[in-house]
Design a protein around this ligand. Structure first.
Ligand code: NAD
Length: 284
């Protein structure tokens, strides 16, 4: 069984980005700038934002964090986003999710200018993805495709199932696999006979948000399993949606948690920001 080492793939990508950022600085004088907005005091979000900031610094990019209070209204957030949309210094904008319940994610997906959409989550970016037009796309599914390609796992012509249909993981994942010419099934909480579907699939991407839920009965010895889920277990350890201990040795390849998809998400965010910065510079 092959372990798909996302940490290794992310280091490979970040090394490439470091060189590309140096070239960018030589040509344009300043590094790309990612602006991350965090609303409220969610502890996990604060850690994610800090990690993104450190990762930017590691590849020579700039990142600034805009911390806003949980009492912020949706209108105020949109105003802040709009300021960044208009700020010529800013190349990429990311709003760390989740935001407080008083703010709809829909408003965020609508208000970030797609030319600065570092997370690839706006409605416009989503439209481009499903139209098969080249753009920056959501970081987590982009990371999954990169892991599969790094390990030369065929996608074209393969039967791929995505478990989960969220706007930021499941749906874009399905679109990206489709754009790579896989035959794609999107499974969700209303899907009947899921085990039959996943067992008959070559690639299964699991993004259901259910800790240790998917055991050996969901897969075959030919399955390539990508586990997007990430959960704290209370003992300080992390686990995925797949019961790794049970599946271990019974599938052909699997991403571990931690060290699988997670590190790729951040690396793809950096790549998206650089790509957006280059696009804007070339257009101006
Ligand atoms: P979500 O809760 O928005 O969506 C979960 C989806 O799974 C839903 O569409 C639901 O229909 C489906 N689902 C739930 N239970 C199911 C079941 N038993 N069978 C089939 N489908 C089922 O979650 P999300 O934002 O897409 O995130 C999914 C997981 O990925 C979470 O664990 C999240 O923490 C993780 N995540 C990881 C990264 C990363 O960088 N590694 C990034 C984003 C999300």
């Amino acid at each position: 069984m092959l372990i798909l080492d996302g940490k290794k793939v992310s280091e490979h990508l970040k090394n490439q980005l470091k060189t590309r950022v140096e070239d960018f600085k030589k040509q344009y004088g300043t590094p790309p700038l990612l602006k991350v907005i965090i609303v409220g005091q969610d502890k996990a979000s604060q850690v994610y934002v800090k990690n993104k900031h450190l990762a930017c610094e590691k590849v020579g990019m700039k990142s600034e964090i805009l911390e806003l209070p949980a009492s912020l209204t949706e209108e105020q957030l949109i105003q802040e986003i709009d300021k960044l949309n208009k700020d010529p210094r800013v190349d990429g904008i990311l709003v760390q999710l989740p935001v407080p319940k008083t703010i709809s994610t829909e408003a965020i997906f609508k208000s970030i200018n797609s030319e600065k959409d570092a997370d690839g989550i706006t409605f416009f970016s989503t439209g481009l993805l499903w139209s098969g037009v080249d753009h920056v796309f959501p970081c987590t599914p982009s990371g999954v495709i990169k892991i599969l390609k790094y390990y030369n796992i065929p996608i074209k012509g393969q039967r791929a199932t995505v478990i989960g249909r969220s706007q930021i993981v499941g749906k874009p994942m399905a679109a990206m696999l489709l754009n790579e010419n896989a035959t794609v099934t999107i499974a969700h909480s209303g899907t009947a006979d899921l085990q039959e579907i996943t067992k008959g699939s070559d690639i299964v991407v699991v993004a259901a948000g259910k800790p240790n839920f998917f055991g050996a009965e969901y897969f075959s010895e030919k399955s390539v399993v990508v586990d997007v889920g990430i959960h704290g277990t209370g003992s300080g350890k992390l686990c995925g949606d797949v019961n790794f201990a049970e599946v271990n040795g019974k599938v052909s390849a699997i991403t571990p948690v931690p060290g699988g998809v997670g590190p790729m998400t951040i690396a793809c965010l950096l790549e998206n920001t650089l790509d957006l910065a280059l696009k804007r510079k070339r257009q101006s």
